[in-house]
Structure formats: structure tokens, C-alpha cells
Design a protein around this ligand. Structure first.
Ligand SMILES: Cc1cc2nc3c(=O)[nH]c(=O)nc-3n(C[C@H](O)[C@H](O)[C@H](O)COP(=O)(O)O)c2cc1C
Length: 381
């Protein structure tokens, strides 16, 4: 076993030039708290992330690159000046607490609803398509928030694909201008990039789709290259979900080969990391174990894995050499001091499901630290 594999979850990790204080990553989680016309993060967002700054790395909630990219009500963006100013407050607050934060930049593609689009236009995708049974948190005909069937999407033209790549570059530049330590390209969970990569969905008959794996990967890799040229590959990671079924994505014949090609192509590009989202805890099948081993061999950089991890299975994954860093999602919502709780084997607070996407500050910035909760409980005795 290599020395590297003997590391503890709580040991530092050098992500390129960025030193992470431990190997626990806060996974990206949409919280729908940007409830203003500009869709900008506010002071509560700054507090929320600063409270969680003991994570080795925070990956922000998905942040939209354009109005067209929206698919979840009140998710924030990074395409206007109010948004950039709001994010500047967030990154300042996290840095003041010694944290490191990347922005996850996002376009949902077909996974949207017309009520979230300009002038009720159809969402866009690789082809004309609708994600049967998949919902978008959006507005019904009375303007009330509701989980509604995602709308039918239209196929993007080639010049529009190039336009979206340019929007991602702009968003990455805005993120750096707002003080983020880096960005994560959201190419997971059935959103726009995965819609192009999927052999089940992308039946385009031009150079951006069809049976050819290279064609299906073209949009993602062109965007990766354009972002790397703009901000540098060393502060730029990407999230993928091989075998993902979230957002009604379907299996396809050369699925393993497709994702291993992605791994090989990304290896050449020397990004900060690849982040794999396993959807077991999102109610879908997990990634086959043998495939994860093949992916690990095919990709030569830092790997992060997410999906159902805590201390023991996270440490076991690091010990086995199957990953370098562990990302944790839901437990970070209800445990701002998750790292300390795991380190000390303190009990975890339960997640209040009713305030995940709603509730203002409740369920957002009012989960107590363990020691505070403990002292308060003690004082009551
Ligand atoms: C409320 C919520 C919002 C999420 N939003 C995002 C998101 O914006 N971007 C993303 O890539 N994944 C998102 N995810 C998926 C998480 O990043 C993570 O992969 C998933 O929760 C599994 O990890 P866990 O079992 O540790 O929670 C979200 C998950 C939850 C629970």
C-alpha cells in the first residue's frame, strides 16, 4: 500500500496549489434561498457557507450561467453584477473563517419548466426531448411554487452550443472575480452536459451527437478547454455521474466506454479534480463497483466521490485507494460543524426536510453547533 493511502480523512490534502485542511468536501446543494429579482445570494447565504468553512473544500450549490440554464426556483446565478457582488460577500465570509470554496456552475438543459424561462420559452437540450416523470421546482399558473413535470425541450443549434460554452467561460471568470478559489463544472445528474454525453438521449446527426462517442463528448470537452484557457486548469474541477439515472436519464449500450473515454480525455487536461456523484442516496442505482475501479485507473488526477459517505465508509474509501477526497451532502445541511462531529464521534443532528428548499433562515442558518446544543441542553437540566 502506498503511504498516500494511509492518510486520515482529517489530514490536509494539496489540491494543486491549494492546501485543503482535511479531505472532507461539502457537496454542492441547491437551497433555493436567492429570493430576489436578481437571483443573487444574500447575507444569509454568506453566513450559511461561513458556518460550514471547516470543510476542507466547500463546493457551492449549483450556480446558473444564464436564465436559460435555470431549472429550480430561486437557485442563484452568476451572470449579472448583483449576483457577482453577492458571491463576493460569500467568498469573503468563507475566507475569513479559513475556508476554501469553489463555485459549481450549472445549466440544466431540458430539466426545466417554462415558468422559469424568459417569456415562457421551451428549455433547451441536445435534441427535442422531455424527461418523463422528472420534476422542476417552478411556478404553476397561479404563480405558486410547485414541483411540476419538466417541460418539453427543443434541440440547440450549433451556434447556440457555442454561445453556451461562452456563457460558461463568462461564469467561470465571474466566479474568480467574485473571489471563489475555483470552479466546478456541473456535468452530472442528468443536466445539460450529461444530456449531450448520453448515448440514449443524444441522437443528433451533426458533430455534437450520434453514435460517435467523440461527438457526444465534444460540447463538454470544448467547454472544459475554453474554461481552462480562461482561468487555468488547476483551479477547475468537473462533476460527473456515470450510470446516473437522475432526471430520467436512461441506460445505453456503450455506457462504460463513454465514461472511460471522458476519464481518458480529462486525464490529458490536468484539471484540479474529477468529482463523481453516485446517486444511491438520491434514490437511484449506484455506480457498479468494478466500473469505479476502471474509472480510477483511467483517470490520473485527484478524485472526489459523493453519495452516502460519513466517517467510517469515507475513511475506508480513502484507505482502499479508490478516492482521494470524500464529499458529503445532506449531513452538512443540519450539521454546520460536521467535520468536528465526525472527528469527535459526536452525534449528528437530523435534517428537517420541510426547510430544504423553503423556510428562509429556518433550516438554513439556524442549525446549532454540537457544543452549543449540548450546553443549552445541559443548562436546561
Ligand atoms: C437538497 C439537495 C440539493 C442538491 N443540489 C445539488 C446541486 O446543486 N448540484 C449537484 O451537483 N448536486 C446536488 N445535490 C446532490 C449532492 O451533491 C450529493 O451528491 C447527494 O446529496 C448525495 O450525497 P449525500 O448522500 O452525502 O447527501 C443535491 C442534493 C441535495 C440533498
Amino acid at each position: 500500500m502506498e503511504l498516500n493511502n494511509m492518510a486520515s480523512l482529517f489530514d490536509p490534502y494539496d489540491l494543486g496549489a491549494i492546501r485543503l485542511k482535511n479531505r472532507i468536501v461539502m457537496a454542492p446543494m441547491t437551497r433555493s434561498r436567492a429570493r430576489n429579482d436578481a437571483l443573487a445570494p444574500n447575507s444569509a447565504t454568506a453566513l450559511y457557507y461561513a458556518q460550514r468553512a471547516t470543510a476542507g473544500l466547500i463546493i457551492s450549490e449549483g450556480v446558473l450561467v444564464s436564465v436559460e440554464g435555470r431549472g429550480w426556483a430561486y437557485a442563484p446565478g452568476i451572470y449579472n453584477s448583483e449576483q457577482v457582488a453577492g458571491w463576493r460577500n460569500v467568498t469573503n465570509a468563507v475566507h475569513a473563517k479559513g475556508g476554501v470554496i469553489f463555485a459549481q456552475i450549472w445549466h440544466v438543459g431540458r430539466s426545466s419548466h417554462v415558468s422559469l424561462q424568459n417569456d415562457l420559452q421551451a428549455p433547451v437540450s441536445a435534441v427535442e426531448t422531455q424527461a418523463e416523470g422528472a420534476v422542476a421546482y417552478s411556478f404553476d399558473e397561479n404563480g405558486t411554487l410547485a414541483y411540476q413535470q419538466q417541460s418539453k425541450a427543443r434541440a440547440l443549434k450549433i451556434d447556440e452550443i457555442h454561445r453556451i460554452t461562452a456563457e460558461f467561460v463568462e461564469a467561470a471568470r465571474n466566479a474568480i472575480a467574485a473571489g471563489f478559489d475555483g470552479i466546478e463544472l456541473h456535468a452530472a445528474n442528468g443536466y445539460l452536459f450529461e444530456q449531450f454525453i448520453s448515448g440514449a438521449l443524444n441522437s443528433r446527426d451533426d458533430s455534437y451527437g450520434g453514435p460517435s462517442i467523440a461527438n457526444r463528448l465534444r460540447f463538454t470537452l470544448e467547454t472544459v478547454d475554453a474554461i481552462a484557457a480562461a482561468i487555468g486548469p488547476e483551479r477547475f474541477g468537473i462533476r460527473l455521474s456515470p450510470y446516473g439515472r437522475y432526471n430520467a436519464m436512461q441506460p445505453f449500450a456503450d455506457e462504460a466506454e463513454t465514461w472511460l473515454s471522458v476519464a481518458a480525455e480529462l486525464s490529458k487536461r490536468r484539471l484540479a479534480y474529477v468529482h463523481i456523484s453516485d446517486q444511491t442516496t438520491m434514490g437511484k442505482n449506484g455506480i457498479p463497483q468494478d466500473f469505479m475501479q476502471r474509472f480510477r485507473h483511467a483517470y490520473n488526477g485527484t478524485l472526489i466521490v459523493a453519495g452516502g459517505y460519513l466517517k467510517d465508509n469515507g475513511q475506508a474509501a480513502i484507505d482502499s485507494g479508490s478516492t482521494d477526497l470524500i464529499a458529503i451532502g445532506r449531513p452538512f445541511i443540519s450539521n454546520p460543524d460536521l467535520v468536528e462531529r465526525l472527528r469527535n464521534d459526536w452525534p449528528l443532528a437530523e435534517l428537517d426536510r420541510t426547510t430544504i428548499y423553503d423556510g428562509g433562515n429556518k433550516g438554513y442558518v439556524d442549525y446549532p453547533l454540537f457544543e452549543c446544543a449540548h450546553l443549552t441542553a445541559g443548562a436546561r437540566l
